[in-house]
Design a protein around this ligand. Structure first.
Ligand SMILES: [Zn+2]
Length: 300
Protein backbone atom coordinates (compact mmCIF):
# COMPACT_ATOMS: atom_id res chain seq x y z
CA UNK A 1 0.00 0.00 0.00
CA UNK A 2 2.74 2.41 1.04
CA UNK A 3 4.84 1.33 -1.92
CA UNK A 4 1.94 2.04 -4.23
CA UNK A 5 1.52 5.51 -2.72
CA UNK A 6 5.25 6.20 -3.03
CA UNK A 7 5.17 5.08 -6.63
CA UNK A 8 2.32 7.48 -7.44
CA UNK A 9 4.19 10.32 -5.75
CA UNK A 10 7.31 9.38 -7.68
CA UNK A 11 5.44 9.35 -11.01
CA UNK A 12 3.73 12.68 -10.23
CA UNK A 13 7.07 14.26 -9.30
CA UNK A 14 8.60 12.94 -12.49
CA UNK A 15 5.82 14.46 -14.60
CA UNK A 16 6.18 17.82 -12.86
CA UNK A 17 9.94 17.70 -13.34
CA UNK A 18 9.68 16.95 -17.05
CA UNK A 19 7.07 19.70 -17.56
CA UNK A 20 9.24 22.17 -15.70
CA UNK A 21 12.22 21.25 -17.85
CA UNK A 22 10.13 21.81 -21.02
CA UNK A 23 8.88 25.11 -19.67
CA UNK A 24 12.38 26.37 -18.87
CA UNK A 25 13.64 25.21 -22.26
CA UNK A 26 10.92 26.99 -24.23
CA UNK A 27 11.06 30.17 -22.16
CA UNK A 28 14.80 30.45 -22.64
CA UNK A 29 14.46 29.70 -26.35
CA UNK A 30 11.83 32.40 -26.71
CA UNK A 31 13.84 34.93 -24.76
CA UNK A 32 17.16 34.35 -26.50
CA UNK A 33 16.99 36.30 -29.81
CA UNK A 34 15.72 39.68 -28.60
CA UNK A 35 14.92 41.15 -32.01
CA UNK A 36 13.07 38.06 -33.14
CA UNK A 37 10.92 37.87 -30.06
CA UNK A 38 9.87 41.43 -30.56
CA UNK A 39 8.94 40.79 -34.18
CA UNK A 40 6.88 37.77 -33.26
CA UNK A 41 5.11 39.62 -30.50
CA UNK A 42 4.31 42.74 -32.49
CA UNK A 43 2.92 41.19 -35.63
CA UNK A 44 0.61 38.58 -34.21
CA UNK A 45 -2.77 39.76 -35.49
CA UNK A 46 -4.88 41.19 -32.70
CA UNK A 47 -8.05 39.44 -33.85
CA UNK A 48 -6.31 36.12 -33.75
CA UNK A 49 -5.22 36.63 -30.17
CA UNK A 50 -8.66 37.82 -29.10
CA UNK A 51 -10.78 35.14 -30.76
CA UNK A 52 -8.45 32.26 -29.91
CA UNK A 53 -10.53 29.81 -27.92
CA UNK A 54 -9.60 29.75 -24.27
CA UNK A 55 -10.03 26.27 -22.87
CA UNK A 56 -11.98 26.29 -19.60
CA UNK A 57 -10.01 25.32 -16.52
CA UNK A 58 -10.54 21.63 -15.95
CA UNK A 59 -9.67 20.20 -12.56
CA UNK A 60 -7.73 17.20 -13.76
CA UNK A 61 -4.65 17.81 -11.64
CA UNK A 62 -1.35 16.81 -13.21
CA UNK A 63 -3.04 15.55 -16.37
CA UNK A 64 -3.56 19.20 -17.57
CA UNK A 65 -2.39 19.98 -21.07
CA UNK A 66 1.32 20.76 -20.74
CA UNK A 67 2.18 24.50 -20.83
CA UNK A 68 4.51 23.74 -23.72
CA UNK A 69 1.57 23.93 -26.13
CA UNK A 70 0.70 27.47 -24.96
CA UNK A 71 4.23 28.70 -25.58
CA UNK A 72 4.63 27.31 -29.11
CA UNK A 73 5.77 30.34 -31.17
CA UNK A 74 3.28 31.56 -33.78
CA UNK A 75 4.93 32.12 -37.16
CA UNK A 76 4.35 35.75 -38.14
CA UNK A 77 2.58 36.45 -41.40
CA UNK A 78 3.20 39.90 -42.84
CA UNK A 79 -0.02 41.39 -44.21
CA UNK A 80 1.88 44.17 -45.98
CA UNK A 81 4.89 46.47 -45.63
CA UNK A 82 4.39 50.16 -44.98
CA UNK A 83 7.20 52.66 -45.58
CA UNK A 84 6.08 55.83 -43.86
CA UNK A 85 8.16 58.99 -44.22
CA UNK A 86 7.56 62.02 -42.02
CA UNK A 87 8.59 65.35 -43.53
CA UNK A 88 9.65 68.76 -42.27
CA UNK A 89 11.66 67.81 -39.15
CA UNK A 90 14.30 70.23 -37.93
CA UNK A 91 12.40 73.35 -36.89
CA UNK A 92 11.91 72.24 -33.29
CA UNK A 93 12.04 69.31 -30.86
CA UNK A 94 8.38 69.25 -29.84
CA UNK A 95 7.90 65.64 -30.98
CA UNK A 96 11.22 64.36 -29.73
CA UNK A 97 9.45 61.58 -27.79
CA UNK A 98 7.98 60.17 -30.99
CA UNK A 99 11.55 59.46 -32.09
CA UNK A 100 13.00 58.27 -28.80
CA UNK A 101 10.18 56.48 -26.95
CA UNK A 102 9.31 53.70 -29.38
CA UNK A 103 10.91 51.30 -31.83
CA UNK A 104 8.70 52.07 -34.82
CA UNK A 105 10.46 51.99 -38.15
CA UNK A 106 9.50 55.27 -39.74
CA UNK A 107 11.78 57.44 -41.86
CA UNK A 108 12.42 61.05 -40.87
CA UNK A 109 12.89 63.55 -43.68
CA UNK A 110 14.86 66.37 -42.08
CA UNK A 111 15.09 69.88 -43.52
CA UNK A 112 18.78 70.83 -43.62
CA UNK A 113 20.22 73.93 -41.94
CA UNK A 114 17.38 74.34 -39.40
CA UNK A 115 18.06 74.87 -35.67
CA UNK A 116 17.53 71.20 -34.76
CA UNK A 117 18.35 69.37 -38.01
CA UNK A 118 21.55 67.76 -36.75
CA UNK A 119 20.11 66.78 -33.38
CA UNK A 120 16.97 65.21 -34.88
CA UNK A 121 19.13 63.14 -37.24
CA UNK A 122 21.25 61.88 -34.36
CA UNK A 123 18.21 60.93 -32.28
CA UNK A 124 16.63 59.07 -35.19
CA UNK A 125 19.82 57.23 -36.04
CA UNK A 126 20.14 55.91 -32.50
CA UNK A 127 16.60 54.54 -32.63
CA UNK A 128 17.20 52.76 -35.94
CA UNK A 129 14.91 55.11 -37.84
CA UNK A 130 16.13 56.06 -41.32
CA UNK A 131 17.08 59.67 -41.90
CA UNK A 132 16.89 61.38 -45.27
CA UNK A 133 17.40 65.02 -46.20
CA UNK A 134 14.18 66.82 -47.07
CA UNK A 135 15.79 69.08 -49.65
CA UNK A 136 13.94 72.31 -50.40
CA UNK A 137 13.44 72.52 -54.17
CA UNK A 138 11.96 75.21 -56.34
CA UNK A 139 8.15 75.12 -56.76
CA UNK A 140 6.21 76.68 -59.65
CA UNK A 141 4.25 79.02 -57.47
CA UNK A 142 7.01 80.69 -55.47
CA UNK A 143 4.93 83.69 -54.45
CA UNK A 144 2.31 81.49 -52.82
CA UNK A 145 4.73 79.34 -50.82
CA UNK A 146 7.79 81.48 -50.20
CA UNK A 147 11.18 79.82 -50.44
CA UNK A 148 13.18 78.12 -47.71
CA UNK A 149 16.75 79.29 -47.38
CA UNK A 150 19.13 77.20 -49.49
CA UNK A 151 16.47 75.98 -51.88
CA UNK A 152 17.73 74.14 -54.96
CA UNK A 153 16.82 76.34 -57.92
CA UNK A 154 16.56 75.49 -61.60
CA UNK A 155 18.75 78.54 -62.28
CA UNK A 156 21.70 77.25 -60.20
CA UNK A 157 24.83 76.03 -61.95
CA UNK A 158 26.18 72.54 -61.33
CA UNK A 159 28.89 73.67 -58.92
CA UNK A 160 26.40 75.53 -56.71
CA UNK A 161 24.02 72.55 -56.64
CA UNK A 162 26.78 70.11 -55.67
CA UNK A 163 28.09 72.49 -53.00
CA UNK A 164 24.61 72.82 -51.52
CA UNK A 165 24.15 69.04 -51.44
CA UNK A 166 27.55 68.60 -49.78
CA UNK A 167 26.62 71.11 -47.08
CA UNK A 168 23.22 69.52 -46.53
CA UNK A 169 24.75 66.08 -45.97
CA UNK A 170 27.30 67.60 -43.60
CA UNK A 171 24.46 69.23 -41.65
CA UNK A 172 22.23 66.13 -41.46
CA UNK A 173 24.40 63.20 -40.36
CA UNK A 174 23.51 59.60 -41.23
CA UNK A 175 21.22 60.69 -44.09
CA UNK A 176 20.70 57.85 -46.57
CA UNK A 177 19.42 60.05 -49.36
CA UNK A 178 17.06 62.88 -50.11
CA UNK A 179 13.42 63.69 -50.82
CA UNK A 180 12.04 66.90 -52.27
CA UNK A 181 10.40 69.55 -50.09
CA UNK A 182 8.02 71.23 -52.57
CA UNK A 183 9.89 71.16 -55.91
CA UNK A 184 7.10 71.05 -58.49
CA UNK A 185 9.35 73.07 -60.82
CA UNK A 186 12.68 71.50 -59.85
CA UNK A 187 11.58 67.86 -60.22
CA UNK A 188 10.36 68.60 -63.77
CA UNK A 189 13.75 70.05 -64.71
CA UNK A 190 15.90 67.42 -66.40
CA UNK A 191 19.14 69.42 -66.23
CA UNK A 192 18.91 70.10 -62.49
CA UNK A 193 17.74 66.60 -61.60
CA UNK A 194 20.56 65.05 -63.64
CA UNK A 195 23.03 66.92 -61.43
CA UNK A 196 21.18 65.76 -58.28
CA UNK A 197 20.89 62.12 -59.40
CA UNK A 198 24.53 62.08 -60.52
CA UNK A 199 25.54 63.13 -57.01
CA UNK A 200 23.28 60.55 -55.33
CA UNK A 201 24.43 57.74 -57.63
CA UNK A 202 28.08 58.54 -57.03
CA UNK A 203 27.60 58.43 -53.24
CA UNK A 204 25.26 55.41 -53.14
CA UNK A 205 22.35 57.51 -51.82
CA UNK A 206 18.62 57.10 -52.46
CA UNK A 207 15.88 59.41 -53.72
CA UNK A 208 12.26 59.56 -52.59
CA UNK A 209 10.08 61.46 -55.02
CA UNK A 210 7.45 63.29 -52.97
CA UNK A 211 5.69 63.39 -56.34
CA UNK A 212 4.25 66.87 -56.28
CA UNK A 213 3.96 67.03 -60.07
CA UNK A 214 2.86 64.33 -62.53
CA UNK A 215 5.56 65.65 -64.88
CA UNK A 216 8.39 64.62 -62.53
CA UNK A 217 11.43 63.29 -64.38
CA UNK A 218 12.94 61.72 -61.25
CA UNK A 219 11.97 58.09 -61.76
CA UNK A 220 13.56 57.64 -65.16
CA UNK A 221 16.65 59.65 -64.18
CA UNK A 222 17.08 57.62 -60.99
CA UNK A 223 17.09 54.51 -63.16
CA UNK A 224 19.77 55.82 -65.53
CA UNK A 225 21.96 57.03 -62.66
CA UNK A 226 21.43 53.80 -60.70
CA UNK A 227 19.93 55.57 -57.73
CA UNK A 228 17.74 53.64 -55.27
CA UNK A 229 14.29 55.11 -55.84
CA UNK A 230 10.89 55.26 -54.16
CA UNK A 231 7.72 57.10 -55.11
CA UNK A 232 5.24 58.61 -52.66
CA UNK A 233 1.84 57.01 -53.10
CA UNK A 234 -0.33 58.57 -50.39
CA UNK A 235 -0.10 61.80 -48.40
CA UNK A 236 -1.69 61.01 -45.05
CA UNK A 237 -2.19 64.51 -43.66
CA UNK A 238 -3.20 66.95 -46.38
CA UNK A 239 -5.91 67.89 -43.88
CA UNK A 240 -5.02 68.20 -40.20
CA UNK A 241 -8.24 66.60 -38.95
CA UNK A 242 -7.43 63.40 -37.01
CA UNK A 243 -10.29 61.43 -38.56
CA UNK A 244 -8.99 62.32 -42.01
CA UNK A 245 -5.45 61.24 -41.10
CA UNK A 246 -6.77 57.99 -39.68
CA UNK A 247 -8.74 57.29 -42.87
CA UNK A 248 -5.64 57.99 -44.99
CA UNK A 249 -3.59 55.59 -42.86
CA UNK A 250 -6.23 52.91 -43.45
CA UNK A 251 -5.99 53.61 -47.20
CA UNK A 252 -2.22 53.22 -46.97
CA UNK A 253 -2.63 49.92 -45.12
CA UNK A 254 -5.15 48.66 -47.69
CA UNK A 255 -2.68 49.49 -50.46
CA UNK A 256 0.08 47.65 -48.60
CA UNK A 257 -2.19 44.63 -48.26
CA UNK A 258 -3.05 44.71 -51.97
CA UNK A 259 0.46 45.35 -53.34
CA UNK A 260 2.67 44.00 -50.57
CA UNK A 261 4.13 47.47 -50.02
CA UNK A 262 2.91 51.06 -49.79
CA UNK A 263 4.85 54.32 -49.45
CA UNK A 264 3.22 57.17 -47.54
CA UNK A 265 4.24 60.67 -46.50
CA UNK A 266 3.07 62.63 -43.47
CA UNK A 267 4.50 65.54 -41.50
CA UNK A 268 5.95 66.46 -38.13
CA UNK A 269 2.64 67.94 -36.94
CA UNK A 270 0.74 67.43 -33.66
CA UNK A 271 -2.37 65.71 -35.07
CA UNK A 272 -0.34 63.45 -37.33
CA UNK A 273 1.94 62.37 -34.49
CA UNK A 274 -1.03 61.77 -32.17
CA UNK A 275 -2.76 59.53 -34.72
CA UNK A 276 0.43 57.60 -35.51
CA UNK A 277 1.17 56.89 -31.84
CA UNK A 278 -2.13 55.04 -31.72
CA UNK A 279 -2.29 53.56 -35.20
CA UNK A 280 1.20 52.17 -35.75
CA UNK A 281 0.94 49.67 -32.85
CA UNK A 282 -2.63 48.89 -33.92
CA UNK A 283 -1.61 48.11 -37.51
CA UNK A 284 1.44 46.16 -36.36
CA UNK A 285 -0.83 43.94 -34.26
CA UNK A 286 -2.88 43.30 -37.38
CA UNK A 287 0.24 42.01 -39.13
CA UNK A 288 1.44 45.09 -41.02
CA UNK A 289 5.15 45.75 -40.89
CA UNK A 290 6.52 49.30 -40.78
CA UNK A 291 9.85 49.45 -42.60
CA UNK A 292 12.63 51.95 -43.12
CA UNK A 293 12.78 53.52 -46.56
CA UNK A 294 16.22 52.08 -47.32
CA UNK A 295 14.73 48.61 -46.88
CA UNK A 296 12.35 48.98 -49.82
CA UNK A 297 13.91 51.29 -52.42
CA UNK A 298 14.17 49.84 -55.87
CA UNK A 299 17.81 49.08 -56.49
CA UNK A 300 19.05 49.50 -60.00
ZN1 LIG B 1 8.06 69.30 -46.92
Amino acid sequence: MNNGKNFVIFVLSLIILVQSAFLVYFISRKAAPKEKTKAVRTIVPKEEAVVAPVSPPVATGVKRVPPVAVLTPVMPTVVGKIALVLDDWGYNLRHRDFITDNDFHVTLAVLPFRDHSTHIAQLAYHKDKDVIIHMPMEPHNKDQYGLEENTLLTSMDKKTVLGLLDNAFANVPYAKGISNHMGSMATEDTRLMKVVMGYLGEHGLLFLDSFVTPKSVCKSLARSFRVGFALREIFIDNESDEEYIRAQMLKLAAKAKRNGLAVGIGHDRPHTIAVLKRMIPELERQGYRFVNLSEIVEKR
